[in-house]
Design a protein around this ligand. Structure first.
Ligand SMILES: [Zn+2]
Length: 218
């Protein structure tokens, strides 16, 4: 039985494929590990996916090129939405207040217009301290809001209670390498900085995944 109410009906992503008629899903894709892995898994499971990408004048605009590459590789439709620049809570602009509410609202509108009942987002358990709009309570309340607004769309966040290393493990199953994703908030000319919170978190996740593999062969 599925204990995570935000996971969708088929249990852990990767376990089951939907029935003969592919279920359509709108997926929020950033080009980072979580959303790229979820995109590959949805396609692998047979879902028909439309991705939504956002250009909001983010410092790490490189992520969009990575996102597009995965859409092309998987032959998935995508829509690039250009927003006015979104401001950050910090000088660095890493934390954009209520960003997921903005992104999800637009994705839900697109889904509703096209008769699609599900929107997916790659939030995971390690986002919740830093990003309040990645918490399970936030996603649940967002779904309550949609019900109240009589919008027949539901948000799924299948990794919301996963540590990031589990997403790394799944990414490896899908042959997604570190070089095919973009995470860094503070890019240098030569590539990712290796020092910003996003780089550190990714590095820690890869390390944790290797340790898990040592304890029980992957
Ligand atoms: Zn970085």
């Amino acid at each position: 039985m599925n204990s995570n109410p935000l996971r969708g009906p088929s249990g852990t992503v990767g376990e089951a494929k939907p029935s003969r008629t592919p279920l359509r899903i709108v997926h929020l894709l950033s080009g980072g590990l979580d959303s790229v892995t979820l995109l590959h898994d949805l396609v692998h499971r047979g879902y028909e996916v439309d991705c939504i990408l956002f250009d909001y004048s983010q410092q790490h605009v490189q992520e969009l090129a990575f996102a597009r590459k995965h859409c092309r590789q998987l032959k998935v439709r995508y829509k690039m939405i250009v927003l006015p620049p979104l401001g950050g809570l910090t000088k660095s602009g890493w934390i954009v207040p209520n960003r997921n509410a903005i992104f999800l609202s637009i994705a839900v509108n697109f889904a509703a217009q096209n008769g699609i009942g599900k929107v997916t987002i790659g939030c995971n358990a390690e986002d919740e301290t830093e990003f309040p709009d990645c918490r399970m309570a936030f996603i649940q309340m967002f779904n309550t809001m949609l019900t109240t607004a009589e919008v027949p769309v539901e948000v799924w966040a299948p990794y919301i209670d996963w540590p990031k290393w589990k997403i790394v493990a799944l990414a490896k199953q899908h042959q997604i390498s570190e070089r095919e994703i973009w995470t860094c908030y503070q890019p240098k000319e030569t590539g990712p900085c290796g020092e910003c919170p996003a780089c550190r978190k990714l590095l820690a996740a890869f390390r944790a995944e290797s340790e898990q593999c040592e304890m029980r062969p992957c």
